[in-house]
Ligand binder design. Structure first.
Ligand code: FE2
Length: 337
């Protein structure tokens, strides 16, 4: 074990460029983000990467000044090296390497999925939960066992958040996709009244959202009421995730259920997950909204946990890993608990 006081974390796996500083005691001293907003459609990886390189200096400076700390006082630079979009990851990694090299600090590699879990544990006090991690890029139900977060179920194709975003864009619901912290599909679903059958695909413990998306878009193009379609879409995809989560809880007999990732901002999904937890006498916990979407704090905190267990990477070996799976990352700090 090593003692380190402050870690600066950089997040740039998708549309968000974030920089945060955390302390060893788990205080989040700053958490600054700047989000790329596409003019049309979804994320264009190269445009997002361009946004990140333009925003980086301002965001890093603001993060340091909010935390009232200098780079010399920071013990290490942590960075999300994957999973994520190649161009975006490379931009964040380049900035982190430059800071680590210039200020002679250790560089700490962080798995983005592990970071979503660890910020959830830090901010909710969950100790050993079944974790439901749902976002625009990932949909994974996992739990800790033997040095890693083991995957109990995941999407076989697109992520839940991606399915919702794509449906909203292609069905003509308009942008922005998030209004008053609620996804536009969920907002529209509130006005729906009848449930329509859509493809519900759970295979073993895994989920597939692409059939649901295609089915819903076909119905949308044939003139089906859009509000009923949104209601059915949301009910179907959230129920799929609840089914898988419930089996993981039953199998592991863990006493906590943690919802994390961008889709954790959904009150509806949260209520459904709370119901699942209750059925199994488990405590439901949900990451606070400000740490649900991608952020630098989750990277800084996971970087600090990693660093205290000797994890760092030489700059010349710090390549990005766009397909770095959750269960490929070791989490030695959990063993010590
Ligand atoms: Fe994420």
């Amino acid at each position: 074990m090593y003692d380190h006081e402050y870690v600066l974390g950089i997040e740039s796996t998708a549309d968000e460029f974030g920089c945060a500083i955390v302390s060893r005691r788990g205080e989040i001293l700053s958490n600054i983000s700047d989000c790329y907003k596409p003019l049309t459609g979804g994320i264009h990886p190269r445009e997002a990467a361009q946004h990140h390189s333009s925003a980086a200096a301002r965001v890093v400076r603001k993060s340091l000044s909010s935390a009232r700390i200098t780079l010399d006082e920071v013990d290490a630079i942590a960075v999300s090296l994957g999973p994520g979009l190649g161009p975006c990851l490379r931009t964040g990694a380049t900035i982190a390497r430059a800071l680590a090299a210039y200020y002679r600090k250790p560089l700490v590699p962080v798995n983005h999925s592990v970071a979503h879990i660890e910020i959830g544990r830090l901010t909710t006090g969950a100790e050993d939960p079944v974790i439901v991690y749902a976002s625009g890029g990932n949909t994974i139900v996992s739990a800790y066992a033997n040095r890693r977060y083991r995957v109990f179920g995941e999407t076989l194709d697109i992520a839940l958040g991606n399915a919702m975003d794509t449906f909203a864009l292609k069905a003509g619901l308009g942008q922005p996709l998030i209004r008053n912290n609620v996804h536009i599909v969920e907002l529209s679903a509130k006005k729906g009244s009848s449930f329509l059958e859509l493809p519900y695909t759970v295979k073993g413990q895994d989920m597939s959202f692409s059939g649901l998306l295609t089915g819903a878009l076909e119905k949308a193009s044939s003139g089906t009421n859009l509000e009923d379609l949104c209601l059915s879409f949301v009910e179907t995809c959230y129920s799929m995730l609840c089914e898988v989560s419930e089996r993981a809880l039953a199998h592991t007999r863990k006493s906590e259920l943690l919802l994390t990732g961008g889709v954790a901002a959904s009150d509806k999904l949260s209520r459904m997950m709370e119901g699942v937890a209750k059925e199994h006498s488990a405590v439901f916990r949900r990451v606070p909204a400000e740490y649900a979407t991608d952020n630098g704090a989750m990277v800084a905190w996971t970087g600090l946990l990693s660093l205290t267990h000797g994890i760092q990477v030489p700059i010349e070996e710090s390549e990005v890993r766009p397909r770095w799976r959750l269960d490929e990352a070791e989490v030695p700090w959990r063993t010590a608990q």
